[in-house]
Design a protein around this ligand. Structure first.
Ligand code: URA
Ligand code: URA
Length: 276
């Protein structure tokens, strides 16, 4: 916990040193920096109705902002990872469609998270999507419905996507783990290790133009790094030959609207890469 707190403060410092905590419960500092905090948290206070002006691009009240206006330039290269090759997981590489992967996910018993699930959440979207968003794992609403990002964090994600003119239905939404961790805790290394081959197979089938990793768990899972989110932002990483942009998890933005402005920058970088 002390570690997590230190990391959180470090990330705040990297963002300009203004430490603003909004809707932050004691004892949940590990969730502030882009992990956990999946929706359906009954003690979560509502975010302020008006966010700082700098983040206006992610507040729909005044109508769509033009994402091109003031968009940051595409930054330089970061980490490169090679996705696992088909021969590394022959069983999964035989699954020829997203639906086939989803069917296996729904019956999966590779880790203890299956015991607590109502529904597995394989992911959803346009199989021809150019943008794939990767989150952490299902929360309560997702577990109930079998669909990714359908709670409050999901509503915010939809807005973020709209703000860069990517309707949710035209993207594809995936998670690092497909079953809900108890109490929405972050998934454990063993759970991630058991589940992430599905994600790699899904990405191999989707062959997106750009990947957006939302939050620490997604970034660490895809880039196999222990760097902080603050260290991973502002670079274009590579997953095979696919550019990968790291940003805050939408649930983290609900707790800390200060992160909306950097997120708005990150997604506008991703948006430019879609056109590149
Ligand atoms: N337009 C915006 O400016 N922000 C949103 O979140 C959605 C549309
Ligand atoms: N948070 C996530 O990381 N994924 C979801 O699907 C929903 C909330």
């Amino acid at each position: 916990m002390a570690d997590e707190w230190a990391r959180y403060l470090r990330q705040q410092a990297e963002l300009g040193g203004r430490e603003v905590i909004v809707g932050h419960r004691a004892g949940s500092s590990d969730q502030a920096a882009g992990r956990g905090t999946r929706d359906a948290d009954p003690v979560e206070p509502a975010p302020p109705a008006t966010a700082p002006t700098a983040s206006r691009g992610l507040n729909a009240e005044s109508g769509p902002a033009d994402w091109r206006k003031g968009a940051p330039p595409i930054p330089g290269p970061g980490i490169s990872v090679e996705p696992p090759t088909a021969s590394m997981d022959e069983e999964l590489s035989e699954l020829a469609t997203l639906e086939a992967v989803a069917a296996v996910v729904r019956g999966c018993r590779k880790c203890p998270l299956c015991e607590g699930r109502t529904h597995a959440v394989p992911g959803e979207g346009d199989p021809g999507a150019r943008l794939v968003i990767v989150g952490e794992g299902p929360g309560q609403n997702e577990d109930q419905t079998g669909r990714p990002f359908v709670g409050r964090a999901g509503e915010l994600l939809d807005k973020i996507l709209l703000s860069i003119e990517v309707p949710r239905a035209s993207a594809y939404i995936l998670n690092i783990v497909k079953c809900r961790p108890p109490q929405n805790r972050a998934p454990l290394p063993d759970e991630i290790a058991a589940c992430v081959p599905y994600l790699h197979r899904q990405l191999a089938l989707l062959r997106p133009k750009v990947i957006l990793a939302a939050g620490t768990t997604a970034a660490a899972g895809l880039l196999r790094t222990r760097k902080s989110l603050g260290q991973l932002r502002g670079q274009v990483h590579r997953y095979g030959d696919v550019p990968l942009v790291v940003t805050y998890h939408p649930a983290a933005l609900l707790r800390n609207p200060n992160w909306k402005k950097p997120t708005w920058d990150d997604v506008r970088i991703a948006r430019q890469l879609l056109d590149a």
